[in-house]
Design a protein around this ligand. Structure first.
Ligand SMILES: [Mn+2]
Length: 276
């Protein structure tokens, strides 16, 4: 059995099929992890959702910001944006089953055998793995049981840092923003959700979240997506896999069981325009 992690697919079904072919993925034997953002911006969100859902227990997917945005739009709690390309999902006859499945995905997955955690964005520097697991379960519980208390308050960049005394809805917003949108923090661990460029382009007071001194999850390997300008990256005990498929670059898989991660990529057709 092999375990692979795959970066942000964002509706690029052709590239996903090509990548699975490339790694000779066998759903009867192998496992595949998806770093989130299965949908949006690309041309075939519906086919990607149907395909990954059908993989059943062979696939593990964490939620990304685009997945949550689709769920919020479907729930009537957010407006569809001009560049959103998930109408195929919203109009599908199996929309209900697909969205119910997506909504039940976790924000964080941890495999103690592989000693790998997976999130879409990152882990706040103030959180150790146990904190992150507890807070992910807390937010997932609201998302699955009381989504009407979740989506209307999900959007926004504040508060920008963690405090144990935070209460809903701000508490949920920080948790979800860290797991699904974070790239940079300052040295005190405050999130900056504006800058999305490659490391080196950010204002000098900011650091990639995984480079913040004293980060409490530094002892755990973390695989994540969301940051296409970072690309495939392996340092600081993290493995970043968003190689910008939807922007015409590549879709990447990493084999994460045994030894150092082995990287596989397939090229992607540009399918969209504009910024990430
Ligand atoms: Mn994302």
């Amino acid at each position: 059995m092999a375990v692979y992690a795959i970066g942000d697919v964002q509706g690029c079904f052709t590239a996903l099929r090509a990548l699975l072919e490339r790694i000779q993925f066998d759903p009867d034997k192998d496992r595949v992890w998806f770093t989130g953002d299965l949908v949006n911006r690309g041309p075939a969100s519906l086919e990607v959702l149907r395909f990954v859902k059908r993989l059943g227990a062979s696939a593990i997917t964490v939620l990304g910001n685009h997945d949550l945005h689709l769920l919020a739009v479907a729930a009537g709690d957010a407006k569809r944006r001009a560049r959103d390309s998930f109408d195929d999902v919203l109009n599908a006859p199996d929309r209900h089953e697909l969205l119910a499945w997506l909504r039940a995905r976790p924000l964080l997955h941890y495999d103690s055998t592989l000693d790998y955690a997976m999130v879409h964005g990152g882990l706040l520097p103030a959180w150790n793995l146990g904190d992150a697991q507890r807070l992910a379960r807390e937010a997932e519980s609201v998302l699955t049981k009381n989504a009407e208390q979740f989506f209307p308050h999900m959007y926004g960049n504040l508060p920008d840092h963690w405090h144990d005394d935070l209460r809903a809805p701000e508490r949920l917003r920080v948790i979800v923003n860290a797991f699904t949108r974070m790239r940079y923090c300052d040295r005190d661990g405050k999130m900056d959700l504006h800058h999305n460029g490659a490391p080196g382009t950010q204002p000098p007071h900011l650091l990639p979240w995984f480079q913040v001194p004293g980060r409490r999850s530094a002892d755990v390997r973390v695989v994540f997506g969301h940051w296409s300008a970072l690309g495939v990256y392996q340092e600081h005990n993290v493995l970043a896999l968003d190689s910008g498929c939807v922007w015409g670059r590549a879709l990447t898989a990493a084999r994460i069981d045994g030894g150092p991660a082995k990287i596989f990529s397939v090229p992607c057709e540009p399918t969209t325009s504009g910024s990430e």
